[in-house]
Design a binder for this molecule. Structure first.
Ligand code: UDP
Length: 242
């Protein structure tokens, strides 16, 4: 199956729309071909240039999508326009919707104990046919125990919400031992699915200001966002000059 992609910063970005991506992932599930999906925002990309392991994760993941208006704007500025911005939470929700129809099994890993539980409960109400194979909070020490539980379920789809880039590292380090086909980092999505945090209203998202909404709701994010923003600008500028 042909995957629409674009080279940017030395990484290969998937550049189809959401229905196309679902088709690609469905195909992988049918063939039982493992896929790591990374939703890359400017912060992850900036760190990907500094941290070797993250750089490898971004190069090796089968699907990297642009998540964040910053990536889209930078791609246009560099003359390699990526057309589709695909937030992880939306890919996750689309997969669950499709999964109801296809009978896919899901495993949910991440978030605080009560958050994971509430998220799964809420998702079962929203997607009544959703097959929840299992779930586990994200504050564990023993990888083995968690991997054993995932493998007991043998899910088609594993959502890992440990925050980026921890989740990307965790998937990369363990992917060969995990019996799951699609493995995707979903960041703070469990907090939203549990109702603990709210996503930006639709009109804010339409204005591409979801990042600003998150900073306003969680000002401590600024500590992460500001240095990442400047690093990202530096990288874009360097790429432009080259
Ligand atoms: N988290 C976790 N285990 C950890 C650290 C974080 O499960 O050891 C969870 C945390 O509870 C939250 C998510 O990871 O649900 C991180 O959310 P954040 O919004 O910071 O992630 P981002 O979307 O920015 O990657």
């Amino acid at each position: 199956m042909k995957v629409t992609s674009r080279e940017l910063f030395g990484f290969s970005f998937y550049d189809g729309d959401l229905p196309e991506l679902l088709e690609v992932l469905e195909n992988k599930i049918e063939k039982k071909e493992k896929v790591q999906v990374i939703t890359a925002n400017p912060e992850i990309l900036a760190r990907g240039f500094e941290e070797e392991e993250l750089n490898k994760a971004l190069k090796e993941a089968e699907i990297v999508v642009a998540d964040g208006i910053g990536v889209i704007v930078a791609s246009r500025f560099l003359g390699k326009a990526i057309s589709h911005r695909l937030p992880g939470i939306e890919i996750g929700e689309a997969l669950m919707k499709k999964g109801e129809e296809k009978g896919w099994r899901f495993y949910f890993l991440g978030g605080k104990e009560e958050v994971t539980y509430k998220a799964v409960k809420g998702l079962k109400t929203r997607y009544p046919q959703l097959r929840v194979g299992g779930f586990h909070h994200g504050y564990f020490r023993d990888d083995e125990e968690v991997i054993e539980d995932i493998n007991r379920v043998n899910p088609h789809i594993l959502f890992v919400g440990l925050g980026a880039p921890r989740q990307e590292y965790w998937i990369r380090r363990n992917r060969e031992r995990i019996k799951a086909v699609v493995m995707m980092g979903v960041g703070g999505s469990f907090d939203v699915w549990s109702g603990t945090k709210k996503r930006a209203p639709q009109w804010v998202r339409k204005l591409n200001l979801e990042w600003a909404y998150r900073v306003i709701c969680e000002p401590q994010r600024l500590q992460r966002v500001i240095p990442a923003f400047f690093n990202f600008i530096k990288i874009v500028w360097k790429n432009k000059r080259n």
